[in-house]
Design a protein around this ligand. Sequence first.
Ligand code: SAH
Length: 405
Amino acid sequence: MQTQSLINIPDIKIPEITLIRDVNKHLLRGHRWIFADCFDGKATTGLALLKLRNDILAIGLVQADTQLRFRLLCLTEEPFFRMNNIPQSLLNWSENQFNKAIELRASFRSNETNSFRLINGEGDGLPGLIIDIYDHTAVIKHDHSVCEQFYNHQGIALKLTSVMPFIKNVYYKKRNDLEIKGVDVLGSLQPEVLFKENGASFASNIRDAAKTGFFLDQRDNRKLIGQFSKGKSVLNLFSYTGGFSIFAALGGAIDVTSVDIAKAAIVAAERNFEVNKIETKHTAIAADAFLYIDEQIKNKQKWDLVITDPPSFAPNQKAVEAATAAYTKVFSNSLKLVKNNGMFAASSCSSHISSDMFLDICREAFSKTRKKGTLVYFGGQPFDHPYPLAMDELRYLKFALFRLD
Ligand code: SAH
C-alpha cells in the first residue's frame, strides 16, 4: 500500500505538539501556518498531532528549525477524519486533495499551452508540495526537508502517469543549495525540456534552472506584454530566460533587449529565440541590471516599453522597509528609460509586499521621476497558482502595466 500512496506514514505513534496560544479560529478560517511563538519551544521535525489543552485539533508537519513551525495538513473535524485510523484518514485526505487539484486544471492543457502548475502547495491543500508540468516532464519540489520524508515520490509518479498518461518523466528537484541537484523518480530527465506557453515554445535545462525550471507564474502577464508590443522597442530587465522578450517579439516588437545578471539565463534567452525561429533583433546582455539602467540613463537611451521584474527584495518581514526603498528606486530609474507616452510594466514576487503596498511603491516611483501614469492592467499569479482566501500572504505576485502620460 505504501508504495502506491501519495504520502509516507511513519509506523511509530504520531507525536503531539502542544499550542500555548489558541489559534483555532485562524485554522477554521482556512489558514494553514502556525509560527514558533505559538508553541512552548520543544518540537521535533516530522508529522505531528496538534493539541490545544485536551483537544487534538489537526494533523500537520512540524519544522523544528524554522519560524514557520507547523503546516496544517488536515483538521480532525473534517468528516472523513478518524482518530482511530489516522493512516487511512491521511491516505483519503491526500487522494482527495490531489484529485481536486487535477480537476481544477482538467481542461487547461492544450496545443498552445502544455506547461502549468499542477500542485501549488498550501494553495492546493498539500503543504510544501509543488508539482509543475512541462509537457512530458513533471517536476516535484519542496521547500523543507520534512516534505521530502512525508510525500512519497514513487506514489506521486504512479498517480501522475495514471491520470495524465502523457507524462513520461518525473524529476524530484532538490533545493538549489544542495550538492545533488535532483533525482529521477521516473524515466530520465532530458538535458533540454521543450514545452509550450500560449503558442510560444520554451526550452529549459530544468536541472540547473531556477525554481522548477521556469517562472510559470508570469504566464498571463507575458501574454499581455505580447498584446502591447506591436511596432515597439522593448527592454526586458531581469529577463531570466527571456519569457517576456519572446512574447514581445512574437507580438510584433521591432527590437527586444534582455538583461539578466545570470549568464546561463541570457544564453537560454537566446536559445528560446532560436527555438521560436524569431527573426526580430534581440540584444541579450549578461549584466547587473542596476548598473545597466544607470548607464542607459547617462546615454539617454529610451525604449517604447520597459519591463522590470526583479527578484524578491523582501525575503522576510524585517526586510520590507529596505525592499520598499529598493523597489521604488529601481522602478523610478526604469521609468527614466521609457519614451514619452511609452509603457512600463513593474512586477514584484515578494509575498511580504501586499498589492496596496506595491501600487503605493509604483505611485512613489512615478512621483519621484515627475511622471504621470495610467494603470492599464493590474494582475498577479494565474489560476494554476491558487491560494487559500485566508492566506493573503500567498498572493505573492504583483504585476502592473502603465502608460506614461
Ligand atoms: N521575468 C522573468 C523572471 C525574472 S526572475 C520571467 O518571466 O521568466 C528575476 C531574475 O533577476 C533572475 O533571472 C535573476 O538572475 C535576475 N537578477 C537578480 N539580480 C540581478 C541583477 N542585479 N541584475 C540583473 N538581473 C538580476
